[in-house]
Design a binder for this molecule. Structure first.
Ligand code: C5P
Length: 206
């Protein structure tokens, strides 16, 4: 059973992925973490974020275990991730890692931007998780504020819009809903209700 979950930033896809993995007893890969780690590796090494060859080399020998969660979760790491993610050689370097994870005997849950379209076009279930920009920004703002960060809601809306735009418009593996994905719009849903919908979609193919 391979469950592919894609969607926009702060739509709730990560939480849905974590909860589905726990419910069905499947391993889970947050693939954004690979791109974040690549971005942080580049920043640590002082490599420019558009130096395709140097960053592809970093991605090819990436050890995601070397990075602290807190370092990967910053807004700066997210921006760096979306910049290195436009480089085709970086995507190629990270592809096999994701496919190997997906095709382990137990099956797996993967969440990202191109899982249903590129990484696992053969996934048993594909979910596309989205919500209005405003709702996503408000949620992320509450999370960031709770963790002590100070950013205005307007700045956050601008950041989310820019990152979504970069993810949607890149040539290689742009973020998009797979034709056979089930849409979960979380704008007016609690997380429990969103997970319930996701489970119904999985149970329907089991
Ligand atoms: O999901 P997260 O915010 O951690 O992802 C960070 C960035 O990594 C995304 O904005 C996107 O540019 C990139 N990414 C990607 N393909 C994936 C997962 C993440 O391009 N499968």
């Amino acid at each position: 059973m391979i469950i592919a979950i894609d969607g926009t930033l702060a739509s709730g896809k990560g939480t849905i992925a974590t909860r589905l993995a726990a419910h069905y007893g499947l391993p889970h890969m947050d693939t954004g973490r690979l791109y974040r780690a690549t971005g942080v590796a580049a920043m640590r090494a002082g490599v420019a974020l558009d130096d395709a060859d140097a960053i592809a080399a970093l991605a090819a020998r990436l050890d995601p275990g070397l990075y602290e969660e807190a370092e990967l979760r910053t807004a700066e790491a997210g921006v760096a991730a979306s910049k290195v993610a436009v480089i085709p050689e970086v995507r190629t370097a990270l592809l096999q890692l994701q496919r190997d994870f997906a095709h382990q005997p137990t099956g797996a849950v993967l969440d990202g931007r191109d899982i249903g379209t590129v990484v696992c076009p053969d996934a048993d279930v594909k979910l596309w998780v989205d919500a209005d920009l405003d709702a996503r920004a408000r949620r992320r703002h509450a999370e960031l504020t709770a963790s002590g960060a100070t950013i205005s809601l307007d700045d956050l809306i601008r950041q989310l819009r820019e990152r979504d735009e970069r993810d949607r418009s890149r040539k290689d593996a742009p973020m998009k809903m797979a034709a056979d994905a089930v849409l979960i719009d979380t704008t007016h849903l609690t997380i429990d209700a969103a997970v319930e919908k996701a489970r119904a979609a999985v149970d329907a193919v089991m």
